[in-house]
Design a protein. Structure first.
Length: 346
């Protein structure tokens, strides 16, 4: 596939919206996650290649570490290459069984997302799992290079594009998976279709919730579309509960940052526990496409991986299709799940 052919995907062979709406995502309780699942339960990952976005810190770092410990080849992405190299060295110091490579990826620039995907394909790298982990949380209002609100642009649009451009590689795997990392705060979200960039009324929390709500809409719609065409790739969701990472401290400022620092110290579970949910989604044989994996504790704030339910609005196929179409229109990227190798530029 040429670099030019990566620019768009033809939807001519997509199933109709009527057919898609009749296909539910996987039953949320079938099969359930085993109780007290830990990193020790991760199956051998030898021979599998996993891309983890935002792998230089927090949940992404822990995910990369555990996958490498279990034999995977992990492609770590980072916007800051120096931080990425330091994180890679820390994992290698653990004498892991697997292997690591670092690739630069700036999710706030869709041109860089396209460049990254083109390089993966040009290098002939297999992709078994894509963990859409990276994100920004509650910063002052700012825009991506293409002019999208930063949280919506990084957390949703960039991962939408990355998934579309790598779907062919995932479809070639014997167990291809897309794991989209959302948040329990998706329950407070909605899509501000009339003000996506927050020009009239920007709220840090509400726009973060919007981006996490968009993650759920996207992952469940991807599950529906994959099943509609019989493509054997699993689309799963995960959220870490309330886990102490630098995400809560790198975006917020002022009083909000002080609140986050206090919460991280006294109420949050550690990052190793929080990462179990996306590790389960990425590796467990019983993890089913369409499932949402989150902590089993009170309020889904902490605990071991379990199957949780998204808010009802996030399971609305009409809303999901509207967001999907908007995402295609904004980015110029279109999926062709019926024949993922048949892409062309327009």
């Amino acid at each position: 596939m040429s670099t030019q052919s990566l620019s768009t995907y033809n939807l001519a062979t997509q199933p109709s919206s009527v057919a898609l709406s009749a296909i539910p995502h996987a039953a949320v309780n079938d099969p359930p996650a085993p109780s007290r699942w830990t990193a020790a339960d991760i199956p051998d990952q030898s021979g599998r290649t996993v891309i983890v976005t935002g792998a230089n810190s927090g949940l992404g770092f822990q995910t990369a570490l555990e996958l490498a410990r279990h034999g995977a080849h992990v492609v770590m992405t980072a916007r800051d290459e120096s931080k990425g190299r330091a994180a890679k060295a820390r994992i290698e110091a653990e004498r892991v069984r697997g292997s690591l490579e670092l690739r630069k990826l700036d999710l706030a620039d869709l041109d860089d997302v396209k460049r990254f995907a083109a390089d993966i394909i040009a290098d002939g790298l297999a992709v078994d799992v894509l963990v859409n982990n990276a994100g920004v949380m509650m910063p002052p209002r700012s825009l991506t290079r293409q002019g999208y609100e930063l949280q919506f642009g990084v957390n949703h649009l960039a991962h939408f594009v990355l998934t579309a451009l790598l779907i062919e590689r995932l479809a070639q795997s014997s167990d291809g998976r897309v794991v989209t990392v959302s948040s329990d705060l998706h329950k407070r979200g909605n899509i501000h279709f009339d003000d996506l960039v927050g020009a009239r009324n920007y709220g840090r929390v509400s726009f973060y919730a919007q981006s996490k709500f968009a993650n759920v809409l996207f992952a469940l719609e991807l599950d529906r579309r994959l099943k509609a065409v019989g493509l054997p790739v699993r689309s799963l969701l995960a959220h870490p509960g309330y886990s102490a990472t630098n995400l809560q401290l790198s975006g917020p400022t002022g009083i909000l940052k002080l609140f986050m620092r206090f919460g991280n110290r006294f109420f949050a579970q550690d990052v190793a526990m929080g990462a179990l949910n996306q590790l389960y989604a990425a590796t467990a044989p019983t993890a089913a496409s369409g499932q949402f994996i989150g902590p089993d504790g009170r309020g889904e704030k902490s605990g071991y991986p379990s199957v949780v339910q998204p808010i009802d609005a996030a399971r609305d196929p009409d809303l999901a299709r509207r967001l999907w179409q908007l995402s295609e229109d904004l980015t110029g990227i279109r999926f062709n799940l019926a024949n993922p190798g048949a892409a062309h530029g327009v």
